[in-house]
Design a protein around this ligand. Structure first.
Ligand SMILES: Nc1nc2c(ncn2[C@@H]2O[C@H](COP(=O)(O)OP(=O)(O)OP(=O)(O)O)[C@@H](O)[C@H]2O)c(=O)[nH]1
Ligand SMILES: [Mg+2]
Length: 595
């Protein structure tokens, strides 16, 4: 099969183009370093199957950050039929050198000058024909996001592919010591084919940034924006969640229970009390998770995250981190795994390790489900949002504390140069792709972890045979009793202890397993929990859930990204210890105060 590789600097629209040409839903965002790993997809082109590979952005072919290594490793191990070099038309003066470097690899190349729409807006003009003539490569001007010039570019790719010959890795070579020649060539091409005004006329970005990056107002505005965002998410998702709960309950009563009336008790118990209640309780949170990711995607795609990095950089530096670490913490609110992988753009290993140490404390959307559920069950509608807010604060507080404690061991001297991309606005198409991606991600996790988790919980709470389900004689009860000496002092009872064990695998299972343990779901489960726990216990449990350990996927990612078992063990031991101490202090103080 023939292969096309997408190469270029970060944030030039490679993934946007990849999504357009393959119909995939690769992550797109308006800051450098969104793609951190390769992603391939197959398409039919001129009657044959072609693999298109999206790669992380690179500044230089000889760069040494982990995402640049990914690209080098790819080039060293794969035959390529066509290199699509994607450049930002507005930054040709900085980016053309990479194209010339790549051309020296002796790969068949095609140059795509992306963001033609912005070039027009900012007053940059490019003569693609002249550039093509000078470089001896096909050059196409287009806009991957809005589709202008896409069709001719697509045809040109087909044409180039038909005329190209596969290049094996060992055939790629580069005449080194050609830096000067590259500079000269670049000057020449720029002079004859590109006109860049002395100042790019992006009034909009300048105007918005005058407010958003204001020395005093910047941070308050940032937190205000985040606050409104969360309010909007909760407001919009509540009715959706109610509809799902209603439908799930309706289906159970009208179809599932009658259908299983003749089945043996254990089978209907496993199917209804185990799988259906467990997965259903988790599924009710899908709308909020999807909305959450959509809103995050908007923030990401506008370029506001780069501003957040800028605003927080000085504060983060005091904790041994930098502005990018803060952005990764924010991304961790969605899911810790991509946030951990996003640290690949950092060149200093110490900085990377320190950032990866704090990311697992970021309150991810799976933990959010647990907190939404418990705060709605145990607190008044007025108090519940405050409870959630306090947990977000705790998430930051514990992350910062962790950084302060570990910064002496992990000292970095990497200077941080931040690029401020212009503001861009996501299109509906991009939003739909992103939303769909998250739904699929949930279904994937549901089928893997959540079903297995709730089935195991059901087994633990119903066996050995003959004991009363959920009683202290079950295996779950025995495990709970065994853990009691550690968890009693923090107010976590036996049932909650079982949920915590499974939360180790995936946090979604926590509420799923509570549904199974108590044998009910939805409103009935909330009411029951409200009757059997008081708010001090619930809050202590939430604190513990927030801090004690990230999920199994996060731990696996920590291991694969750090390549150090010792580091992972240290991160785990630290968070477990911290969780216990924080919950203990809270629980005992609250009790001492008479709550
Ligand atoms: N105005 C405009 N914006 C674009 C265009 N193509 C992509 N973008 C935006 O540019 C930003 C970067 O796009 P990505 O596709 O994530 O860029 P990338 O090259 O994959 O970036 P990395 O993965 O970080 O290397 C996003 O905000 C896109 O929406 C375009 O043709 N015009
Ligand atoms: Mg990308």
């Amino acid at each position: 099969m023939r292969r096309i590789a997408l190469l270029g600097m970060p944030n030039t629209g490679k993934s946007t183009f990849f999504n357009r040409i393959t119909g995939a839903s690769a992550r797109v965002g308006n800051w450098p370093g969104v793609t951190i790993d390769l992603m391939g997809a197959k398409i039919l082109m001129g009657g044959e199957m072609v693999e298109v590979v999206d790669l992380p952005g690179i500044y230089d072919l000889h760069g040494f950050s982990d995402d640049e290594q990914v690209v080098r490793h790819f080039l060293e191990n794969n035959a390529i039929d066509l290199a699509l070099i994607i450049l930002n038309s507005c930054q040709l003066d900085r980016q053309l050198s990479l194209a010339l470097q790549l051309k020296q690899l002796n790969l068949p190349c095609l140059l795509l000058l992306n963001m033609a729409d912005e070039a027009k807006r900012f007053g940059v003009t490019v003569d693609a024909a002249k550039m093509s003539e000078q470089l001896g490569l096909p050059v196409m001007l287009m806009s991957a996001k809005y589709g202008e010039g896409y069709k001719p570019a697509f045809d040109a790719i087909g044409h180039a592919l038909r005329n190209s010959q596969t290049v094996q890795p060992e055939q790629m070579h580069e005449k080194l010591a050609a830096e000067d020649a590259i500079e000269q060539k670049m000057e020449q091409v720029l002079k004859s084919a590109v006109q860049i005004p002395p100042r790019l006329s992006d009034d909009l970005t300048t105007k918005i940034d005058r407010v958003m990056l204001h020395p005093w107002l910047g941070l308050p505005i940032f937190f205000g924006v985040m606050y409104l965002l969360f309010q909007a998410i909760f407001l919009l998702s509540k009715p959706l969640q109610d509809v799902i709960n209603w439908a799930l309950l309706g289906f159970k009563d009208a179809a599932l229970i009658p259908l299983l009336s003749t089945a043996p008790t254990w089978a209907s118990g496993l199917l209804v009390d185990g799988i259906y209640n467990g997965v259903g309780t988790v599924a009710a949170f899908v709308p909020i998770i999807v909305l959450f990711f959509l809103f995050m995607a908007i923030v990401e795609d506008t370029g506001y995250l780069s501003r957040a990095a800028f605003l927080m950089d000085a504060l983060m530096a005091r904790m041994g981190l930098d502005g990018r670490s803060f952005v990764m913490l924010l991304l961790g609110f969605g899911c810790n795994v991509p946030a951990l992988m996003g640290t690949r753009v950092m060149r200093s290993r110490a900085l990377r390790l320190l950032t990866m140490m704090v990311i697992p404390l970021s309150l991810c959307s799976a933990r959010l489900q647990v907190f939404l559920f418990l705060s709605a069950a145990l607190f008044s509608p007025k108090a519940a949002p405050l409870v959630l807010f306090s947990l977000y604060l705790m998430s930051f507080a514990t992350a910062f504390l962790t950084a302060i404690i570990f910064k002496r061991r992990l000292v970095s001297h990497e200077p941080f140069v931040l690029e401020m991309p212009p503001y861009r606005f996501p299109t509906l198409r991009q939003m739909v792709l992103r939303g769909w991606h998250e739904v699929r991600h949930f279904l994937n996790r549901a089928s893997k972890f959540i079903v297995i988790g709730v089935v195991l919980v059901w087994v633990l709470t119903n066996f050995p045979a003959g004991v009363a389900p959920g009683s202290s004689a079950t295996w779950a009860g025995q495990i709970g009793a065994w853990m009691a000496p550690i968890l009693d002092p923090v107010g976590i009872n036996n049932q909650l202890a079982i949920a915590l064990i499974f939360g180790f695998v995936a946090k979604e299972i926590v509420i799923g397993s509570l549904a199974v343990i108590y044998g009910m779901e939805g409103a009935a489960l909330s009411q029951h929990m409200a009757g059997s726990l008081d708010w001090v216990q619930a809050y202590s449990f939430m604190l513990f859930t927030l801090i004690y350990t990230p999920c199994l996927s996060t731990i696996a990612t920590l291991k694969s990204e750090s390549k150090s078992l010792r580091y992972v063990a240290m991160a785990l031991a630290w968070s477990l210890g911290l969780a216990w101490v924080v919950s203990f202090v809270f629980y005992q103080s609250a009790r001492a105060l008479g709550y």
